[in-house]
Design a binder for this molecule. Structure first.
Ligand code: HEC
Ligand code: HEC
Length: 324
């Protein structure tokens, strides 16, 4: 009886086609060369279908990634939960996080061209970062070595450009600049006002109660955007790989309005000049690489197409601020 049960579980777990155990079954094993062997997508030709063990989620304030469509999943080791007893959540060894990027593609049946799937794997001694590059025909996706960034031809709203799959070092620049490596799976990011946190609580993903967390007020759209796009580095955490002055939602206004830059590079100026976006270093760094401030474009990596819509909104917001 017991044996029959396990055999049945096996077949379900592997989508009925592959008898071999996948990474989902043995989540601390070495990452397989092909994404099909990971087990997150039972059918590679239709990645909208995910393993029954996967818990899907979406951060309320996502990272802008060239306007791509993204899907994200968490897979916990059998019988394990996220430890929420401390301020920073702890994930059991064997936890897997996935994030898959796709672009609109009129030629595809489902309108999508899959670009890459990123993986964070919790091992005994910390998180391992990796990415799989999708074959154009979707027959599979291949594990990248990760020493350099890899180019993928992509298109967003009719504009052709090259999407870069980050190198492993670039993953770390963002994921290891804060105290916690997991960036989009936090109380603030999961409490989306649409029942996501409640759904996860019902699924018993956590080993205790989780209080929701919200950014309040009329500037929430901006403070939220900065949370999803800047605070993984701008958190004031001194030991981070690439941390910088804090821009968390509680301190953003204090640290930017009328505040001089303190960059170690040659850039000098005021972060935000209320009433004048064109004189504000933060705005100039946000809109383009060659911004005349002597400061790198912000965010400094992970973007090939800048977020024009947010740039326009940010400009209008700064221009409308009453001068100090
Ligand atoms: C520019 C900064 C940046 C880079 C580079 C980056 N990430 Fe992330 N990543 C984020 C942020 C911010 C989130 C959460 C927000 C979101 O998903 O939209 C995230 C989310 C994720 C998630 C979902 C779990 C989580 O932390 O929320 C995975 C998996 C992931 N990234 C893997 C990778 C891997 C692997 C690489 C390198 C190949 C990489 N990332 C490179 C910033 C980055
Ligand atoms: C990958 C990490 C990273 C991300 C993401 C990032 N920054 Fe930065 N930022 C830095 C570092 C490091 C510096 C200091 C660079 C230098 O000295 O030129 C910096 C400098 C700056 C500066 C100028 C220095 C100063 O003292 O004011 C501004 C303004 C800024 N960032 C704004 C932003 C904004 C806004 C975002 C999000 C849209 C963002 N950054 C995202 C790492 C990051």
């Amino acid at each position: 009886m017991r044996q029959w049960f396990w055999a049945a579980a096996w077949v379900v777990g592997c989508g009925g086609t592959q008898p071999a155990p996948t990474l989902l079954d043995e989540p601390t094993e070495e990452l397989p060369a092909l994404l099909s062997e990971v087990g997150i997508f039972p059918r590679m030709d239709d990645p909208s279908e995910v393993s029954a063990r996967a818990i899907e989620f979406a951060p309320r304030y996502p990272l802008w990634s060239n306007g791509s469509e993204k899907q994200r999943q968490l897979v916990l080791p059998e019988g394990e939960r996220v430890d929420v007893s401390e301020e920073h959540w702890a994930f059991p060894v064997g936890t897997l996080f996935f994030k898959t990027f796709a672009y609109a593609d009129d030629g595809a049946d489902d309108g999508l061209r899959y670009a890459e799937t990123r993986v964070l794997q919790r091992l005994e001694d910390g998180w391992q970062e990796a990415a799989y590059l999708w074959r154009e025909d979707r027959s599979d996706a291949e594990l990248l070595e990760g020493r350099t960034a890899t180019d993928v031809d992509a298109e967003h709203e009719g504009e052709a450009f090259v999407h870069e799959v980050p190198s492993r070092r670039q993953c770390r620049t963002c994921h290891e600049s804060a105290e916690v490596e997991i960036l989009g799976f936090t109380a603030l990011q999961l409490d989306d006002g649409e029942g996501q946190l409640e759904r996860l609580l019902e699924l018993e993903v956590f080993d205790g109660e989780v209080e929701g967390e919200r950014i309040e007020g009329e500037d929430a759209w901006l403070l939220g955007y900065v949370t999803g796009n800047c605070v993984h580095c701008h958190n004031g955490f001194a030991d981070g790989a690439n941390s910088s002055f804090p821009l968390g939602h509680e301190v953003f206004l204090d640290n930017t309005l009328g505040r001089e830059t303190e960059s170690s590079a040659s850039g000098i100026g005021t972060r935000i000049v209320p009433g004048n976006a064109e004189d504000s270093v933060l705005y100039l760094a946000f809109i383009e690489a060659d911004n005349g401030t002597g400061i790198e474009e912000m965010p400094p990596l992970g973007i090939q197409l800048r977020d024009a819509e947010m740039a326009a909104r940010l400009k209008a917001w700064i221009d409308d601020l009453p001068p100090l």
